[in-house]
Design a protein around this ligand. Sequence first.
Ligand code: DQA
Length: 145
Amino acid sequence: MKILFLNGPNLNLLGQREPGTYGSTTLADIEVMVREEALKRDVEVFFRQSNLEGDLVTWIQQAKGAHDVIVINAAAYTHTSIALRDAIAATGIPAAEIHLSNVHAREEFRHQSMIAPVCKGQITGFGALSYVLGLIAAVNIKENT
Ligand code: DQA
């Protein structure tokens, strides 16, 4: 089983970026946590981050035939990107949306997710644990599709 973790803009700054909201764990630390969990489940994980919308669109397109499930923290593009939504819909790869913070408890513009309707579900507000929960969800999605 191959699970692709995609990370959007500014998530490369985790650890130093608004720690009160996003915690002090870096993306590299989160990747280690996810890899430890993946090892226990005999799952292969791939981690990518970009600040560019087009990179994320391309990686979603390239995932077709290469990965079983996408776990995506699209960061701010969650709330704006029809292109990401279309890419997920176009490839038909099952996707799980994740966020560190609880987007529904924050500013109103974060309450809307462009990608939620084309994702299997949303995990939001559990900090770094959202990524591990995303992995568990992805395994479950794959086993049930
Ligand atoms: C985020 C929430 C988004 O609203 C925000 O733009 C981010 C991070 C999160 O993980 O909590 O960059 O996706």
